[in-house]
Design a protein around this ligand. Structure first.
Ligand code: GLN
Length: 537
């Protein structure tokens, strides 16, 4: 039977609970244990697929096509374990299923209540992860203890812990211990209150992980231990790190967190150094230089909207021992004048929906092509590069995607990007989203093949529109290299320019599969090309 590790958050949000959970996952894997991770989001959306990046940051997509919370991205980056449909549950999806069952008559005329119906549904979803037979299931509860929406989830965790017993469950509470500058004092009271809230529900935290900006003295730790009823050696400090968020597994390992967890579960597995992570931090601490990559997007002011893109860029830099500075460029600002692009060594256009900033992105692709700046286009980024090439190289003046026809109030004259059903010679029809992992076959002589080192690759997708196969000949004869296609449905997956140092675009989202200790090949080669440009100057 699997053991359960529950992570809750107290005092304030944005403490980096996802990163802490992911780091715990890394530590457990390092001890030779198999894990599954789960994020529970107490909001009422059924999934985050339709939430704006302003609300929620990026939508993270799994191999099996789930649109999930961006914390799953942290899980995969830190643990290297793929997540799935089962790894993210929202309150909305729980209520949805219970209400459907009620309508279907599954409850045989009973009264449907929060307890047991909603709580049982939550417990069942958590237990579903046992199917893969992991040693430990790590469950992170979103939000902060005390939130109304989180209550029923905490109740479910309490029940589940009671059922599996104390040796098989552990509660880790991530909390905030502020330093009040005016009083020059560290305050433990918010943590005491947050733990009191947990106890009210019947949960006793076993470990406190204290987020803080300053060093905590023994007296503070003793106080936290005494008033929160947590053994002294289980009060752990997670002070802000200077170098990188990738240092957190090292911080928690030094504090002995994996030892505490294994002792509690009575699992005897030898400690192993986190060698690759130590090396990674050394690289990050002493970079050979800095390279600037312009990310031309619609949500450039938001930290989390392109989370995986930024991380994958940093990873690409680590591979060459360089620091990547991701320069956030608002696409709208360069529609008239792309001069700012002169200051970067590489240009990336991320995925996106909606027409705002579209012309700026197309302009950026043109700038990269004409000035031989290394370029990586992701999903909408590929579509922009194709539109640009069609307009300015093939001479198809009205070339565009049909995605914005309605918004623009006109029919695109040359629909070089359109829905599959608007094309004539493709196998699959339907305007639904292409979600999750799809295969791509790479052409010989392509930069993509050089990067991946294998002809058949698989990447995750999240889009509706495709390069219009009816324009294949026109694009190819003008020199666009269609360097990857889907072997089953025949759509274009990758494009390149041959007469260019490095210009590659993909219909997929390779950023979702990059890890700091295992950078994604496309990001690695893209950043390497930008470094080569920088060095040549
Ligand atoms: N909006 C485009 C489509 O649906 C691109 C989506 C994306 O970049 N993820 O095809």
């Amino acid at each position: 039977m699997a053991k359960y590790l529950f992570i809750t958050g107290g005092v304030v949000s944005s403490l980096g609970k996802g990163i802490t959970a992911a780091s715990v996952g890394r530590l457990l894997i390092n001890r030779g244990l198999s894990i599954r991770m789960l994020k529970m989001d107490p909001y009422l959306n059924v999934d985050p697929g339709t939430m704006s990046p302003y609300q929620h940051g990026e939508v993270y997509v799994t191999d099996d096509g789930a649109e999930t919370d961006l914390d799953l991205g942290h899980y995969e980056r830190y643990t290297g374990e793929p997540t799935s449909q089962k790894s993210n549950i929202t309150a909305g999806s729980i209520y949805w299923d219970v209400l459907h069952k009620e309508r279907r008559g599954d409850y045989l005329g009973g009264t449907i209540q929060m307890i047991p119906h909603i709580s049982n549904e939550i417990i069942e979803r958590i237990k579903a992860l046992e199917a893969d037979d992991p040693d430990i299931i790590v469950v992170e509860l979103g939000g902060t203890v005390g939130d109304i929406e989180g209550l029923i989830f905490l109740e479910a965790l309490r029940q589940l812990a009671l059922e599996v017993g104390r040796d098989n469950s552990i509660f880790i509470h991530l909390t905030y211990v502020p330093f009040i500058a005016a009083a020059k004092e560290v305050k433990t009271k918010p943590t005491q209150q947050s733990v009191a809230k947990l106890r009210e529900i019947g949960i006793m935290p076993d470990v406190l992980v204290c987020r803080t900006e300053v060093d905590l003295e023994r007296e503070h730790l003793n106080k936290l231990s005494l008033f929160c009823n947590v053994p002294k050696d289980c009060v752990i400090v997670e002070k802000d790190v200077e170098t990188s968020i990738y240092e957190i597994p090292l911080v928690l390992s030094r504090a002995g967190l994996d030892e505490i967890i294994l002792n509690r579960f009575r699992i005897a597995k030898p400690a192993k150094p986190l060698t690759d992570w130590e090396k990674l931090i050394e690289t990050i601490r002493h970079p050979k230089g800095k390279v600037r990559i312009g990310v031309v997007g619609k949500y450039s002011e938001l930290q989390d909207a392109y989370k995986s893109i930024y991380e994958a860029l940093y990873h690409g830099g680590y591979a060459s021992g360089y620091e990547v500075e991701a320069v956030k460029i608002a696409a709208e600002d360069i529609e008239e004048n792309p001069a700012v692009l002169k200051t970067v060594d590489g240009i990336l256009i991320p995925g996106g929906f909606g027409s705002r900033g579209m012309e700026g992105k197309i302009r950026a692709a043109q700038y990269a092509r004409e000035n031989k700046i290394p370029f990586l286009g992701i999903c909408l980024g590929l579509q922009c590069a194709v539109i640009e090439f069609a307009r300015n190289v093939c001479g198809l003046k009205g070339a565009h995607t049909t995605e914005f026809d309605e918004e623009r109030g006109m029919k695109t004259e040359h629909p070089v990007v359109c829905l599959m059903e608007e094309q004539t010679d493709v196998v699959e029809k339907g305007g639904t989203m292409r979600l999750g992992a799809y295969t791509c076959e790479l052409e010989d002589g392509s930069k993509a093949l050089e990067a991946y080192g294998e002809k058949r690759i698989s990447e995750r997708h999240r889009h509706r529109y495709e390069v219009n196969n009816n324009y294949r000949d026109k694009l190819e004869s003008a020199g666009l290299f269609l360097s990857g296609s889907n072997p089953d449905i025949g759509v274009v997956e990758m494009i390149e320019l041959k007469d260019h140092p490095w210009f590659v675009a993909t219909q997929a989202h390779p950023e979702l599969k990059s890890q700091p200790v295992n950078p994604h090949p496309l990001f690695k080669d893209f950043v390497a090309a930008a470094i080569a440009k920088l060095k040549a100057e």
